[in-house]
Design a protein around this ligand. Structure first.
Ligand code: NAD
Length: 369
């Protein structure tokens, strides 16, 4: 069986704890013969500032480029609050995303049956929910120029952000969404605001063209982003793959996150172009941050991190069987009653990070026979 090279960047706060949970699962994947990896571990974020004076050392960036995939815990925390803006822990993560040109952010929102009560919505609306939000990550209003605040001659100020997209940027994210839909239910919804924004007009035009030229078998629906927000809360299960720009994706994926119960449950993938080895550049990480309020207490939920590994197996290495087994092991552990404090309903006994990872590893072993 092929052995892939994984770079682990645990980071700060609860990052090293949830990454510890990952190691337990990686060992079990190897033991059961489902997948084997060579792993290297390095620093990113605040811990890298402490060791090297920068949140991402050049040597770490090079290791990231050489790895087949990267798994990152979380960065940041109050200890580095006074660090210069350009050198803050989060700048290490942004540099990784930018230098590896990770333009497609995939965020699944899955509601496990055992956790339907933890959602902000009624059980019947969310039970069995499985949406994949595909957010464009390196373009749009967060990066467009000009981006400035200027003083007005008569007093007051003027702030400008620029929403800008090229057809090439839209094309490549559309391909990611349609390809994913082909492996799921075959449905894509594309969200923009063509009624009031030129970027929305181009977005809709390009997505429509990519669809008609390459993906006749996939169903495409266009939805205005504001209506999409409403539909996500009204009837979320109508969506399967949802593709949208950087700004709308930021907001819509957070809405979808709340449908699933806890931040500790949400994995993500950031994908780039296919490199000369035929592998897509990829960084996998939980959606949550470093959670300084619970760091070092064995309280963090490792499911977002372990779910990120399942995405890695599926999207970087095409190991669908191993990914299904791992996703199934998470479902089994939850169905068996394993709960960290963030997902334990009132009064229920909560277990720690390590015990949750072990429960998932045991369920994985059981599934692998
Ligand atoms: P956070 O996601 O770290 O925490 C928000 C709340 O969710 C906290 O109450 C926390 O205890 C809880 N939580 C988060 N992950 C959890 C888990 N796995 N299990 C159980 N509970 C969990 O967000 P924040 O408090 O706004 O930010 C803390 C730090 O993390 C800041 O420095 C921020 O900049 C950084 N941050 C980093 C990332 C990243 O590394 N990708 C993302 C968001 C925030």
């Amino acid at each position: 069986m092929a052995s892939y090279k994984l770079l682990l960047l645990p980071g700060d706060g609860i990052g090293p704890e949830v990454a510890g949970g990952l190691k337990v699962v990686l060992d079990t994947l190897a033991e059961t013969g489902l997948a084997t990896f060579e792993t290297e571990t390095d620093l990113v974020g605040g811990c890298a500032i402490d060791a090297h004076g920068v949140p991402l050392a050049d040597t770490t960036l090079q290791r990231a480029k050489d790895a087949d995939a990267i798994l990152l815990g979380a960065v940041g925390g109050p200890k580095w609050a006074g660090v210069a803006y350009e050198n803050r822990p989060e700048a290490g993560l942004l540099r990784l995303r930018k230098d590896l040109d990770l333009f497609a952010n995939l965020r699944p929102a899955i509601c496990y049956p055992a956790l339907a009560e933890a959602s902000a919505l009624k059980r019947e609306l969310v039970e069995g929910l499985d949406i994949m939000i595909v957010r464009e990550l390196t373009g749009g209003v967060y990066f467009g120029e000009p981006k400035e605040i200027t003083e007005l001659p008569g007093g007051g100020k003027r702030a400008v952000d620029t929403q800008v997209y090229t057809s090439a940027e839209i094309e490549r994210i559309a391909h990611v969404a349609f390809d994913l839909a082909g492996k799921r239910s075959g449905r894509v919804a594309s969200a923009e605001k063509h009624n009031v924004m030129k970027t929305g007009v181009l977005w809709k035009e390009v997505v429509t063209r990519v669809h008609s030229e390459h993906y006749a078998g996939i169903e495409l629906e266009h939805v205005l982003a504001d209506n999409c927000a409403m539909q996500l809360v009204r009837r979320p299960k109508q969506f399967d793959v949802l593709v949208t720009d950087n700004l709308f994706g930021d907001v819509l994926s957070d809405i979808a996150a709340m449908l699933t119960g806890s931040l500790g449950m949400l994995p993500s993938a950031s994908l780039g172009a296919v490199d000369d080895r035929g592998l897509r550049r990829a960084l996998y990480e939980p959606v949550h941050g470093s959670a300084p309020d619970i760091a070092g207490q064995d309280k963090a939920n490792p499911i977002a991190m372990i779910g990120s590994l399942a995405m890695c197996l599926r999207y970087s290495f095409g190991l669908g069987e191993a990914a299904d087994a791992l996703d199934g092991a998470i479902t089994d552990a939850l169905a068996g009653g394993a709960r960290t404090a963030d997902i334990a309903s009132n009064g229920a006994d909560a277990i720690g990070t390590k015990a949750m990872a072990q429960a998932i590893a045991a369920a994985l072993k059981h599934r692998a026979g």
